[in-house]
Design a protein around this ligand. Structure first.
Ligand code: GTP
Length: 360
């Protein structure tokens, strides 16, 4: 097994939902674009050819990753004119695959952070002789997900839509967004139209009697679909909870990139990352937060579980918790913003403009 397809496209996902200008796969998580972690993990598992199937402009990725040689990979980019869905995107790159018809091809969703043992998934696939093997993860509350029950041998028995009633929750296993396909299965996906693997390809294969194998494990798994999850994922990479060979430094409470400046009495913890050229002022306390390149956190600010966009400024004594501050935005001194607030790119919030708590 040597090649993989990374799905990094889709409808309306280009700039949302992070309130930052960079497309999500390129937003730094633990100091490098999120995609770098996935590519490095694939490389570490023996993959040497990766096709990025995207509906973004390839210009976004190419200046950073180029032909992939710096990562030890051969990297190709294929851009859909209109998004083709997950299955359509796979079919659209089929001609670039180098594997033989029966050989395994890895497929990864671009917005999942996971500790998946990629080699184990391939080994499961090969041992079971499956047509497609899926990484499955267990979630405490599966209501927001399509369910993937398996039999005692791990064979997938159904793909169920999001459960509406308690009786419909027949398993806590969900599709974790990493697969091994027999190459000929990708070739057989209809070309030239949108196809969803979950809603069309997989149920169709099951109905036709194909063998779909599930591999359930308890490794780290996080869907980075929301800004809050993205912040969590970045912190977990810094802390070492989410494994990645691409984290540029030692794992620990904080990761400060070389060109950043941090005042000696500032306190950084909980997997906080301080990006290139960013500044953390005296007495600031920053926990579980991603401070992107060139952002400034002034003295005495207290920031928890937040994303501070590139070039943004957080004023003195301001308190932020669970907040996204967009690129180039300014939150003036003495504000207090809490869970779920998003400050749009370049917005300016004057000093003392917002408090969360009442004055009572
Ligand atoms: P469909 O199954 O095709 O309807 O997509 P979905 O919306 O169920 O997929 P989801 O949003 O779970 O996305 C899974 C991964 O596939 C993510 O990494 C997306 O970026 C990627 N993706 C989704 N749609 C497309 C697409 O049209 N083209 C490409 N290249 N990637 C996509």
């Amino acid at each position: 097994m040597t090649e993989a397809i990374l799905l990094v496209g889709g409808r309306g996902t280009r700039l949302r939902p992070l309130t930052v200008r960079t497309p999500k796969p390129m937003v730094p998580a633990a100091g490098v674009p999120f995609l770098a972690h996935q590519l490095a993990r694939a490389r570490a598992a023996g993959v040497d050819h990766v096709i990025l199937a995207t509906s973004y402009l390839a210009e976004v990725f190419e200046p950073y990753f180029g032909d992939g040689s710096a990562l030890g990979l051969s990297l190709e980019y294929v851009t859909e004119r209109d998004p083709l869905g997950t299955g359509g995107a796979l079919r659209n790159v089929a001609a670039r695959l180098r594997s033989g018809p029966d050989e395994p091809v890895l497929v990864f969703n671009g917005d999942i952070l996971t500790g998946l043992d990629i080699r184990a998934l391939v080994a499961t696939h090969t041992a079971s002789g499956a047509d497609v093997s899926l990484h499955l993860t267990r979630v405490p509350d599966p209501r927001a997900f399509g369910l993937v029950p398996t039999d005692r041998e791990g064979r997938v028995t159904a793909f169920l839509e999001k459960p509406q009633t308690p009786e419909e929750i027949v398993t806590d296993q969900i599709n974790a967004g990493a697969y091994v396909f027999r190459r000929s299965v990708i070739d057989a996906i209809p070309a030239g139209r949108p196809v969803s693997v979950e809603r069309e390809t997989f149920p169709g294969l099951l109905a036709a009697g194909a063998h779909l194998q599930g591999m359930v494990d308890a490794t780290y798994w996080l869907d980075l679909g929301t800004p809050q999850a993205f912040v969590r994922g970045s912190a977990d990479l810094v802390l070492g909870r989410a494994p990645s060979p691409a984290v540029p430094g030692r794992r620990g409470e904080r990761l400060v990139l070389p060109t950043a400046t941090v005042a000696p009495d500032a306190k950084l913890s909980g997997g906080t990352v301080v990006g290139e050229g960013a500044e953390i002022g005296p007495g600031a306390r920053v926990t579980g937060t991603a401070v992107l390149a060139g952002a400034v956190v002034e003295q005495g600010a207290q920031i928890t579980d937040s994303l501070i966009g590139a070039g943004a400024r957080v004023g003195a004594r301001t308190v932020l918790s669970g907040v996204v501050v967009g690129d180039g935005a300014t939150v003036g001194p003495d504000n207090e913003l809490r869970e779920g607030v998003r400050v749009w790119c370049d917005a300016v919030l004057p000093a003392g403009a917002v408090r969360f708590s009442s004055d009572a």
